[in-house]
Design a protein. Structure first.
Length: 265
């Protein structure tokens, strides 16, 4: 069986792919020449727009994990978080682009009109780029479309693979450090230390394939590995288990006493 890809290799691969996308976006913008840049020589536009695209990547790319973290912690809609954080991240990016434009100096202080116009220009392009990465993240999270919504019959485990049967369903790059299972309609989303993956399987069938993994079904829609619990959050009568990667699993009220008695809290 293929060995999981090292974390450094995965990060490097993702960085190369993302910067390649940003380079293409920068080249397209150079050809279009928006915001009065069409008068500049094409070679200068290409260097400038690709460079600005890479700078924008540095400001906007961290939004994806931040949105995921805030969505879990604050229970706010992801779309609203994407919009708000994109508008917020555009402020320092606009300042950085303004400074870069006037290097090596002197750098003039913008008027209110100049600052607003610069912000709106950066926001228009930044929002488009953010939408691209949002769609990429969503497509990876959703996984390939399935032809049928009916969960398949669980496949038998391979006799030559010592891992629990459910782990054999996951891509090798996600490793075998299972954190939690989350029910999503007819699917189960498997959360591991390296990412998540959707499996077309009922949660109760998935639980039957976890032999040897210490955990518990803490909610109708959640199973959690015991070793993955980092802390416990309480808000009135509501209890949530805080897991790695910013994941928080709700605990059903009917399960609180039993889990407390078993030493989970």
């Amino acid at each position: 069986m293929d060995q999981p890809q090292p974390a450094s290799a995965r990060i490097a691969r993702k960085l190369v792919i993302d910067l390649s996308i940003m380079t293409v976006i920068g080249l397209v913008l150079a050809i279009i020449g928006p915001f009065g840049t069409a008068a500049a020589p094409l070679a200068l536009r290409m260097v400038s727009w690709v460079g600005l695209a890479w700078v924008g990547y540095a400001f906007y790319r961290p939004l994806a994990p931040l949105v995921a973290w805030l969505h879990v912690r604050l229970q706010l809609p992801k779309v609203g978080l994407w919009i708000g954080l994109t508008m917020l991240a555009t402020v320092p990016l606009t300042v950085a682009i303004w400074i870069i434009e006037f290097l090596p100096g002197p750098i003039p202080a913008p008027t209110v009109e100049d600052a607003l116009l610069a912000y709106l220009n950066v926001l228009v392009i930044g929002a488009c780029i953010t939408v691209v990465f949002y769609l990429l993240e969503r497509s990876k999270a959703d996984g390939p479309a399935q032809a049928s919504e009916t969960p398949p019959v669980a496949q038998p485990a391979r006799q030559d693979d010592p891992r629990p049967a459910f782990l054999q369903r996951l891509p090798a790059e996600l490793g075998s450090d299972l954190i939690a299972l989350e029910m999503e309609d007819h699917y189960v989303r498997a959360h591991t230390a390296l990412g998540s993956h959707l499996v077309l399987l009922r949660l109760r069938d998935a639980l039957g394939e976890l032999d040897g993994i210490d955990g518990a079904q803490v909610h109708r829609s959640w199973w959690v590995a015991r070793d993955a619990v980092e802390s416990v959050e309480r808000d009135g009568r509501s209890v949530r288990l805080v897991l790695p990667r910013g994941i928080a699993a709700p605990v059903a009220r009917s399960r609180v006493a039993e889990l407390a008695g078993a030493g989970w809290f």
